[in-house]
Structure formats: structure tokens, C-alpha cells
Design a protein around this ligand. Structure first.
Ligand code: SF4
Ligand code: SF4
Length: 360
């Protein structure tokens, strides 16, 4: 059973001290080899989003890694859909706007895209209906001596919630692999609801939708970004039945493939705060549904995510946010079961849903 360390905001409000204690008491920081490279994997927020991970937390981690003789760098991959992070240049610009620059954080920022060297990892024994054959991973990340995955725990309209497993599944792979995961949840046209207003035709970033005997979509051009579904107020596009759960199954496989290929030391720090309905990829991610809880650390991605969900279940709902209670409030908000990603990940030996939590 894996250990999860918990810095509880109700018991301590010195955040730097809390982050330090998590990294020291877990033994993670002392395992960093002298001069060892340390990739700090995080999402630096879409432009306009105000709930992403605070730069202050990240610079605290960077400082401790440097004090212990490590060489940290921040790492993420470009988004697979149009926005403020879909190229390296745009991502670096957005990161700087959001408070992440070498000067402010104290470490270089590496953003990878498909032009970088990739390592192909085959998936041999998929479970739960996954048809992903392989996953492509930026070599620069696999080359790091250590990885600290910093994850903001929040809701996600497809996965129910996003934490450490999602951070690896979508954030540590090529754009092509991200798309293959999203393709299982490609919006489906709902003809009865469509009044042919043309909004989705105008907003589709790849021009895949056309008005032709109703609406038609060029499946080759479609990148499964979901913009059509989000922009339609008539439910003219819907998520295919079972696609949210299948996407989680794919995520678990991508995470397992990544961990199978990565030979260094990896730790997971989950920030269970700003628990909003939508993810950091959205310009607007909504209002928190429970109070800020704290920070968790573990060497087990499944345990740290399950502990995060359990703490959310135990927290009081902020009035006038959601009309239902636990379990899995974030999953309920998005009409899915968030535990699918964790249960499949456990089957793939990514980690375990049973854990031992110790407050620090
Ligand atoms: S059809 Fe929809 S999901 Fe496909 S690219 Fe266009 S907006 Fe995105
Ligand atoms: S936005 Fe909705 S209603 Fe308008 S054309 Fe697209 S699917 Fe139809």
C-alpha cells in the first residue's frame, strides 16, 4: 500500500514550509543525484484562466531542488488544439504572462512538440477496450534523472477530474498521442437538435464542418477538439455514449506506457485547491465547489489521485455551487465516473487505489 503525505491547509498555512516538508519527508529530494536533471512537469495555464498552479508554489519546488544540488527545468508539451499554447512560441509567451519565466521561477522552461525527438512505446496488453497501439513520448523528458509531476486537481468535462494520471497521460506525450486519446470522444452530430445556425461551422478551427444537406464533417480534418460541442447552445453536438469513460481508459494506458519507459525517480505533488469544474486548458474554468484543502505527495500516481478525490468527498460543498453531494462530485458534474481512470491504471500496475495517508 503506498504512502500519501498530506500538508493540510487547516493545520498549517506556511505553504513553502509545507512543500519543503513533503519533498524532504518523502525522501524524494535526497534521492536527487548531485547535478541530476529534474523535470518539473506542470500545466502553466491557458491564457485567461485564473485557477492554474500558482508560480509561487513552483518556484518553491525549484529552489529546494537547486539547494539539494539538482538542475531543475519546467516541462510541458504544446496543446493538441488551437489556443494560446498550441506552439512552443505561444506557450512560452502564455507561460510568461501567467508568471512562469526563467527569471521569475529560477529554472529554464522546456516546451516540447512533435518536432522534438520522440520515443515510441508499444502497448502490448491493453485492457478495458483500449485500442491504443503505441504512445510517443518526448525523449527530453525520459532523459531527466528525476521528475516531479505538479498537478492541479480540478474537474474535466471528459475525464471527470484531472490529477496526476491525467498530467502524465496528456501532458507527457506527443500531440499525435494526445489526439488519439481525444479521438475516442469526438463529438457526435445530433441532427434533431440542430437549427443550422452555422455557429459551429464558423468556430471549428480546422474548417471540418460544412452545411451540406444538414451538417457534414470532414473526419480527416477533425481534430476532436470539442469546440463545436462547446459553442452550440442547442446540443447539436453531443459526446458519444461511453466516450468519457473510454477516454479515461486511454489516459490510463498512456500513463502506464510513459511509466514503463521512464527509468528515473518520479514523485507526484497534487495541489488540492481551486477545485473548479473545468481544467486549466479552459479560458474560464468556473468557481471552486469546495474550500481549498492542501497539498499531497506520493510516489504513486493512482494513490495520490484517489486520496485527492477522497479529500474532496469529505469537504463541505460551497453553497450555491452544485446541488448534489459526494461521492465523486466532479465526476457527477460531468456525467461520468472519475474512478474509471484510476481503476484502469491500477489494472495496468500504475499504482493502487488503496493508500495510507499521513499528515505532516
Ligand atoms: S468538428 Fe468539432 S471537434 Fe472536430 S475539429 Fe471541428 S470543432 Fe473540433
Ligand atoms: S452550432 Fe449547433 S445548432 Fe448551430 S449549426 Fe452547429 S450544431 Fe447546428
Amino acid at each position: 500500500m503506498s504512502q500519501v503525505l498530506f500538508f493540510d491547509y487547516l493545520k498549517g498555512n506556511d505553504h513553502i514550509e509545507g512543500i519543503n516538508r513533503l519533498l524532504v519527508q518523502s525522501g524524494f529530494i535526497d534521492a536527487i543525484p548531485d547535478e541530476g536533471s529534474v523535470a518539473i512537469k506542470l500545466h502553466m495555464g491557458e491564457l485567461g484562466n485564473i485557477r492554474y498552479l500558482r508560480p509561487f508554489f513552483v518556484s518553491s519546488v525549484v529552489r529546494l531542488v537547486k539547494e539539494k544540488g539538482g538542475k531543475p527545468f519546467l516541462f510541458d508539451t504544446v496543446a493538441s488544439y488551437p489556443g494560446s499554447r498550441d506552439t512552443k512560441r505561444k506557450y512560452l509567451s502564455t507561460a510568461a504572462t501567467n508568471g512562469f519565466s526563467k527569471g521569475s521561477i529560477g529554472a529554464p522552461i522546456v516546451i516540447a512538440d512533435d518536432s522534438d525527438k520522440q520515443v515510441v512505446v508499444k502497448i502490448d496488453d491493453p485492457v478495458d477496450g483500449c485500442q491504443l497501439d503505441e504512445v510517443k513520448i518526448p525523449a527530453v523528458l525520459l532523459d531527466a534523472d528525476c521528475i516531479i509531476a505538479l498537478s492541479h486537481v480540478k474537474g474535466h468535462e471528459l475525464a471527470g477530474f484531472g490529477g496526476a494520471v491525467k498530467n502524465l497521460a496528456m501532458g507527457c506525450v506527443s500531440t499525435e498521442t494526445k489526439r488519439l486519446q481525444h479521438d475516442v470522444a469526438r463529438p457526435q452530430f445530433n441532427q434533431e437538435a440542430c437549427d443550422l445556425c452555422g455557429q459551429c461551422v464558423d468556430e471549428c478551427p480546422t474548417g471540418a464542418i460544412a452545411v451540406f444537406d444538414g451538417l457534414s464533417r470532414d473526419e480527416v480534418k477533425c481534430i476532436s477538439c470539442g469546440t463545436c460541442l462547446s459553442c452550440c447552445s442547442s446540443q447539436g453536438w453531443v459526446w458519444p455514449a461511453g466516450s468519457k469513460e473510454l477516454l479515461q481508459v486511454y489516459m490510463a494506458h498512456a500513463t502506464a506506457a510513459f511509466l514503463g519507459a521512464y527509468k528515473g525517480n518520479i514523485g507526484y505533488m497534487n495541489f488540492v485547491q481551486d477545485i473548479v469544474p473545468y481544467c486549466d486548458c479552459m479560458e474560464v474554468s468556473g468557481q471552486p465547489i469546495v474550500p481549498d484543502i492542501g497539498v499531497l505527495f506520493s510516489d504513486d500516481a493512482v494513490s495520490v489521485d484517489k486520496a485527492s478525490l477522497d479529500l474532496i468527498d469529505l469537504s463541505p460543498i460551497i453553497p450555491h455551487t452544485v446541488s448534489f453531494g459526494p461521492p465523486d462530485v466532479l465526476g457527477q458534474m460531468h456525467n461520468t465516473n472519475s474512478l474509471v481512470q484510476l481503476n484502469t491504471a491500477e489494472k495496468l500496475k500504475v499504482g493502487g487505489v488503496h493508500y495510507k495517508m499521513d499528515s505532516i
